[in-house]
Ligand binder design. Structure first.
Ligand code: NAD
Length: 397
């Protein structure tokens, strides 16, 4: 791979083109805007602009905008136009086509791929399509195009290999190859949706705090001093303990009294409160896959406390799940080494059941052999999915 063509020399495309140039590639740029072209020609004469040979490059990176229309629906027109240009000139000699623009899961496979294949060339043989979402933060002096880690998803193993090799040649950062192109698409959308949710929460809380004559900035600076527990969260069968499922209701109550409904926080509590029922629905579906119903099945429960290696059952989602599974007519075998009051079976008896619900990730549970259990519902996403021989369902996996 010697030449790189970047389509769209904006906030994302230009730094990438310059980095590729710095790393020794011959760099072509395709840019629509005449104003930008004029400026780029003066400032970056080493980028070959709008050359007819651009799309014959070994690597083609698409970095065009992905806006929403006036109805807030995705407008993939720039992606379509760029892909049509690429398709028109494909050489069939194994070019690597990288979509860096942010797109939804399935856009690469269902929208981009058919355009690229319309002249008869086949992905995985004649060219390779990968998605490597750009995460650049323009203006950030610490994190830039070369040191921000990347995730890559591809449609073929060769595509994944080639693109990993390419990014290794230009980045100083880590690269995480993912299992599918959709996984890469989703990673980027997850990141930005999470940020939108965090910002919305800060905004809703600002209104709550203003109504209480409290200073949002001071409070958030206070919150920031907590050295743990503010990081990225993973999904589970529910939240428990005396704090997270309880404290927000205090705030909801006070805010409602002051005339403001913190609907976002109420939604969060509703979603978290729904997870035990969702976990039971996973059990139903998994047992169904083995030809059984919950009614009459022997269901083993590992863990009753709300948290790993503690003996606290307050607000534990396991209590709700146990109640629901019992009411569906299952025979329950429960084991929690920290909670003798709820334990009615040994670990071996639990593992001999038709289905096992792992509801707490106590250390000793992680060492058990689940390979002979017909159904495992992993409420903490703590087990190795690959080591299962029966039906395995985690929360979101
Ligand atoms: N800006 C950011 O901070 C950022 C960060 C990460 C990811 N992204 C994503 O990267 C993508 C690009 O964003 P951006 O901010 O760089 O957009 P941008 O508008 O700054 O740049 C895109 C450029 O593409 C050009 N263009 C569009 N279609 C073209 C075509 N067919 N041929 C040649 N040029 C074409 C436009 O003229 C424009 O200059 C988007 O999907 C965006 O969501 C942006």
């Amino acid at each position: 791979m010697k030449s790189v063509c970047v389509i769209g020399l904006g906030y994302v495309g230009l730094p990438l083109a310059l980095l590729s140039l710095e790393k020794g590639y011959t760099v072509y740029g395709l840019e629509n805007s005449p104003v930008k072209v004029e400026k780029l020609a003066k400032e970056h004469p080493n980028i070959s602009l709008n050359s007819p040979d651009a799309l014959l490059s070994d690597v083609i990176i698409i970095a065009v905008p992905t806006p929403v229309d006036e109805k807030k629906l995705p407008d993939l027109t720039p992606v379509r136009v760029a892909c049509e240009q690429v398709a028109e000139k494909l050489t069939g000699k194994g070019q690597l086509i990288i979509l860096e623009s942010t797109v939804n899961p399935f856009v690469s496979r269902k929208y981009v791929l058919p355009i690229l294949e319309k002249k008869g060339f086949k992905e995985g043989k004649d060219f390779f399509l990968v998605h490597c979402p750009e995460r650049i933060d323009p203006g950030n002096r610490t994190w830039n195009v070369s040191n921000i880690p990347r995730v890559i998803g591809a449609l073929s193993p060769q595509g994944l290999e080639l693109s990993t090799e390419f990014y290794k040649s230009i980045l100083s950062a880590g690269i995480l190859p993912l299992s599918s192109i959709e996984a890469a698409e989703m990673t980027k959308i997850y990141e930005n949706s999470l940020r939108a949710v965090n910002i919305a929460f800060a905004n809703e809380m600002a209104i709550v705090m203003q109504n209480m004559k409290l200073d949002a900035k001071e409070i958030i600076q206070g919150v920031k001093t907590k050295p743990f527990g503010l990081d990225l969260c993973f999904p589970s069968c529910g939240v428990g303990g005396h704090c997270i499922p309880v404290d927000p209701f205090y705030l909801i109550d006070e805010s409602l009294k002051r005339g403001f409904d913190p609907s976002f926080l109420r939604t969060a509590m509703r979603v978290n409160g729904y997870m035990p029922a969702y976990t039971v629905s996973l059990l139903m579906h998994a047992l169904n896959e083995t030809g059984k119903s919950v009614n009459g099945a022997r269901v083993g429960v590992l863990g009753v406390s709300y948290k790993r290696n503690v003996d606290d059952v307050r607000e534990s989602p396991a209590l709700d799940i146990i109640k629901r599974v019992k009411s569906l007519g299952a025979e329950l075998k429960v084991y929690d080494p920290f909670i003798p009051d709820y334990t009615n079976a040994t670990a071996e008896e639990v593992l001999a059941c038709d289905a096992v619900l792992l509801l707490t990730d106590h250390s000793e549970f992680l060492d058990y052999d689940y390979s002979k259990v017909p159904v495992v519902i992993d409420g903490k996403n703590a087990l190795d999915k690959k080591s299962m021989s029966g039906v395995y369902k985690g929360i979101g996996r």
